[in-house]
Design a protein around this ligand. Structure first.
Ligand code: GTP
Ligand code: MG
Length: 678
């Protein structure tokens, strides 16, 4: 690259726990870069990010916010991710655009654990990341204590780059440990270079030494210098810091206050000097750069004014408005500034742009000149399985089709929603990552598509079966005017082992029931089994037709079907019917400190613990596997999260049906009967 060439645009993604100040930091970064005239605030509801109706209403980020700016002549995209653990999938996919991630954390030791899954994700994907400790204006914790706590959740060493200058408890500035320059924070103005205060020299020297020792772990020359007590050149230190961040060897730590715009310039400078280039990021992600175009779609958006757009980061080649990708034409090319779209004619390597009116791209696709490639082998995060469901019913019956169409669009935007039409309970279930996640979906349905829904509790898919067999003789006979109806059957009803379903045997000899009527008997029996004596679908039952009678004029398919049904309804109540409840195999993952509590949680929910193993690849975490009734799973995630600072999670799959007796069974049967009477 020559001096005059403009470097490729880079992308920083802001991540971190709920309410740590990411959206405020985006606002401060844009303001310091000169991209906005005034700095908005969350309270006043006028920030660039969080401009969607749902985000403004909740005063929290409900989706990633995309913004663009120039900082000292270089182009940057900054993506501000939602912090809620329920919106983790949005964050993970947005991170696939990142050259560098900025973890925004609060100076609270107690919240350190909430960062564990995020650090793990960044480590797994080798995404270079800087830690920005925010809210220093109201910090009561010492930075050193905070770093100790955070180091326990990071596999990479945290390297403090600044020490705070304090006036009493108030942080009024910082010393940059690489340059050894001291700065005093300005109010609404840039920090001012000051003399290194006397009182901080000892602390500064000690912290600088610690920083250098961390760096020396990755560089022999530096190590030798330290051993020989030589002072390394400032330029060499910066170079080492840059190399170590780019290779994801260390986590540099900066601090400041997004609210007061303190420490923002320092953050920008670190990003500008030390973040990797898009070419390096493409290599890390395993993007092939051999064709004319390579761009990855990190999100799709459905918007009324632009139709469906794909938000893509360009790794190779360029795109222009009106150009074809595969056989689809880009109609409108935009840079995004929150919900505002700025039209551009062209975009090149490093840019993060919205491609207008493109139907085919999906999140995770690699766009090439030939079209979207869904199977590019590029590194990509897994979609989390849903853990929480609500049954939804449109308030207006006529909205049913519109509802499913609108939800399909929400799912395209955020693949961690799932819509299920449950055949057993006949409910439409919206699945997601938690209560807030689903509420946001319902708010979007209303604000964007004008579809309102009522929410109901998901029903458990109970079944029933029998414990003993009977022989049953039933006759259906009706004489009305001309033709009558006649069907007479002898059946044996027997229980089958669990999981066998329904079986029908024909043991008729000598034509006591003519061949052509036998399927009708089976049909009638099956029809009855949709709702057994307890009110639920019947499973694991065998019906054997072994005798019967017919009438040459009055017998018909219909008559034998009714006879089959009648035999079941008369015989089944004598077969000791019993309720069956679905039981799921559940694997709960928690930090080991919470394993004992998790056992309590499982037994409190009628679960049966099957085993416990250390979680593979997660130091200090356990996986507890158990069987748990479906009825108990409904709000498991809520209790699990409240027990584990939000970091516990679980996966589930249907395992088997299990007999349910006693008081619980009576309640289930009774409420089913009451529902049927209404
Ligand atoms: N005192 C102080 N408050 C801050 C600072 N930064 C943000 N806040 C406040 O913290 C609250 C949350 O700020 P946001 O910027 O919305 O936090 P966020 O990380 O984007 O939150 P989510 O998107 O919901 O995860 C708001 O009330 C901010 O005003 C800061 O530096 N100091
Ligand atoms: Mg936010």
């Amino acid at each position: 690259m020559t001096d005059r060439e403009v470097p490729a645009a880079r992308c920083a993604v802001l991540v971190g726990p709920y309410t740590s100040g990411k959206t405020t930091l985006l606002e401060a970064m844009l303001h310091v870069a000169g991209a906005t005239h005034r700095k908005g605030s969350i309270i006043q509801g006028n920030t660039v990010g969080d401009a969607s109706a749902e985000a403004r209403h909740r005063q929290m980020s409900t989706e990633p916010n995309f913004a663009n700016c120039e900082y000292l002549g270089e182009h940057w995209s900054v993506v501000d991710c939602p912090g809620s653990v329920e919106l983790m999938h949005d964050r993970n996919t947005a991170l696939m655009a990142a050259d560098v991630a900025v973890i925004v954390a609060e100076p609270e030791v107690g919240r350190a654990l909430t960062l564990a899954p995020l650090f793990k994700m960044l480590d797994d994907f080798k995404i270079p990341h800087i830690l920005f400790v925010n809210k220093m204006d109201k910090a009561t914790t010492r930075v050193r204590e905070l770093l100790e706590a955070l180091q326990s959740v990071s596999s990479r060493p945290l390297v403090l780059r600044q020490v705070p200058i304090r006036d009493g408890e108030q942080v009024t500035g910082f010393v940059d440990l690489a340059s050894e320059r001291a700065y005093k924070y300005g109010s609404e103005s840039p920090s001012e270079l000051i003399e290194l205060p006397e009182g901080i020299k000892a602390r500064e020297g000690e912290a600088r030494q610690e920083m250098l020792e961390s760096l020396a772990d990755f560089d022999d020359t530096l190590l030798e210098q330290l051993i020989e007590d030589k002072v390394p050149a400032t330029g060499d230190i910066y170079e080492q810091l840059t190399k170590d961040l780019q290779q994801d060897l260390i986590v540099p730590v900066l601090f400041g206050s997004a609210e007061s715009s303190h420490g923002i310039t320092r953050l920008w400078k670190a990003l500008r000097h030390e973040a990797p280039t898009p070419a390096e990021t493409a290599e890390r992600l395993g993007v092939a750069l051999d064709g004319e175009l390579a761009a990855s779609v990190v999100r799709v958006l459905h918007q009324s004014h632009t139709g469906k757009v794909g938000v893509a980061r360009i790794w190779h080649g360029s795109v222009s408005d009106g150009m074809n990708i595969g056989d689809e034409r880009i109609s409108g090319l935009y840079r995004m500034m929150g919900t505002e779209h700025q039209k551009v004619a062209e975009a090149g390597v490093g840019d993060l742009v919205a491609l207008g009116r493109m139907e085919s791209p999906q999140t995770g696709d690699l766009l090439t000149a030939a079209g979207p490639n869904r199977d590019s082998g590029m590194l990509w995060p897994k979609t989390p399985k849903p853990v929480f469901a609500q049954a939804i019913v449109p308030k207006n019956r006529q909205d049913e089709v519109k509802l499913t169409g609108s939800i399909a669009k929400l799912i395209e935007e955020d693949g961690s929603f799932v819509l299920e039409h449950n055949a057993d309970t006949r409910q439409m279930l919206l699945w997601g990552q938690g209560e807030i996640h689903l509420q946001i979906a319902l708010e979007r349905l209303k604000s964007r598509y004008n579809v309102e829904v009522e929410v109901e509790r998901p029903q458990t898919a109970y079944k029933e079966t029998i414990r003993k067999g009977v022989r049953q003789h039933s006759r259906f006979k009706r004489q009305s005017g001309g033709h009558g109806q006649f069907g007479d059957v002898h059946v044996e009803i027997q229980p089958l082992p669990r999981g066998e379903g329904f079986r029908f045997n024909d043991k008729i000899v000598g034509g006591s029931v003519p061949k052509q009527y036998i399927p009708a008997v089976e049909h009638g029996a099956k029809e009855y089994l949709q709702r057994g004596p307890l009110g639920f679908p019947v499973v694991d039952v065998e019906v054997t037709l072994y005798d019967g009678q017919y009438h040459s004029v009055d017998s018909s398919d219909q008559a034998f079907k009714t006879a089959g049904r009648l035999a079941m309804s008369e015989g089944m109540p004598n077969c000791a019917p019993v309720l069956l409840e679905p039981v799921y195999g559940v694997t709960i993952s928690v930090p080991s400190d919470f394993t004992a509590k998790t056992h309590g949680l499982i037994s409190g929910r009628r679960g049966q613990i099957l085993g416990m193993t250390p979680k593979l690849g997660w130091e200090g975490w356990d996986e507890v596997s158990c069987n748990m009734p479906q009825a108990e799973l409904a709000d498991l995630i809520i209790e699990l999260r409240s027990l584990t600072f939000g970091v516990g999670s679980f996966e589930w799959r249907f395992d088997h049906l299990q007999e349910l007796t006693g008081r619980l069974a009576e309640q289930v049967i009774q409420s089913r009967q009451e529902a049927a009477e209404h």
